[in-house]
Write a protein that binds this ligand. Structure first.
Ligand SMILES: O=C(O)[C@@H](CO)OP(=O)(O)O
Length: 274
């Protein structure tokens, strides 16, 4: 850790899901990890162990691909016992009317440029799900248990930023700083009640676009440049932060070439297959 750094937060996008494997827009659909994704998660855990990382607290979404990825990381680190807080605010961006469609076929139909806008622009949402569309499920127990959750009909990255960042500021940051200096927000009841005196080491297992939302904030990436950011599956992304939780540096636990190839693979999912 560099000398001014006080806290470390590790971000990890889930391993490949069955829908990633089929190249389908996934969003809030609760796809499982593929065999490859499971192995990727185990590899990420082994790597974190090898590099000497450990964690006090973990956060994840309510989607099984992120939950299971976290579990395999915990398994490798022998950290089954740490508190794990799951919250819908960490979910993948909701892909609305694109959910379940093949990304390459969608690029062939609407053009690669349009698909890139839907996938990577900051504030252009995908088409919204309409009433009567079976993909618009407002009875899912994951969400109806909370009065305040309105299942979205679609989300652009900005919408994801708007629902992820309150959780970062009101729950994750105080937990990292190990302080109780916030009002308990009933929206976010699942906060830990015991804290260490020093900062806690946190791992966040989430999704390509919910992590893009967080990285955009942390690195202050302009709206126009966020279109080029792709987060690869299951390569731990380490943030070292100062006392005010401003990033000092970040790095992937992989060499540059591996990261670039993995990012290019994600970007190419939205292109027409020749
Ligand atoms: O389908 C999705 O939900 C996401 C992440 O897998 O895809 P994309 O990379 O196209 O935003």
């Amino acid at each position: 850790m560099s000398s001014e750094a006080k806290y470390t937060v590790v971000l990890i996008r889930h391993g490949e899901s069955e829908w990633n494997q089929k190249n389908l827009f996934c969003g809030w659909f609760d796809a499982d990890l593929s065999e490859t994704g499971l192995k990727e998660a185990q590899t990420a855990g082994k790597l974190l162990k090898e590099k000497g990382f450990t964690f006090d607290v973990a956060f994840t979404s309510v989607l099984k691909r992120a939950i299971k990825t976290l579990y395999y990381v915990q398994e490798e680190l022998d950290l089954h016992w740490i508190p794990v807080y799951r919250h819908w605010r960490l979910n993948e961006r909701h892909y609305g009317g694109l959910q379940g469609l093949n990304k390459s076929e969608t690029a062939a139909k609407y053009g690669e440029a349009q698909v890139k806008i839907w996938r990577r622009s900051y504030d252009t949402p995908p088409p919204a799900l309409e009433d009567g569309d079976e993909r618009y499920d407002t009875s899912d127990r994951k969400y109806i248990q909370y009065d305040h959750v309105v299942v979205p009909r679609c989300e652009c990255l900005k919408d994801t930023v708007d629902r992820f960042m309150p959780y970062w500021h009101d729950v994750i940051v105080p937990v990292v700083k190990a302080k109780r200096e916030y009002e308990l927000n009933t929206d976010m009841l699942n906060v830990p009640l015991t804290y260490l005196e020093s900062g806690q080491r946190v791992v966040i297992s989430a999704h390509g676009n919910s992590l893009r939302a967080l990285v955009k904030y942390l690195d202050n990436i302009p709206d126009s440049e966020i279109t080029e950011l792709n987060i690869p599956t299951a390569i731990p992304l380490v943030y070292e932060l100062d006392a005010k939780m401003k990033p000092i540096r970040h790095y992937y636990l992989a060499d540059e070439e591996t990261v670039k190839a993995a990012q290019a693979k994600v970007a190419s999912q939205g292109t027409v297959k020749k």
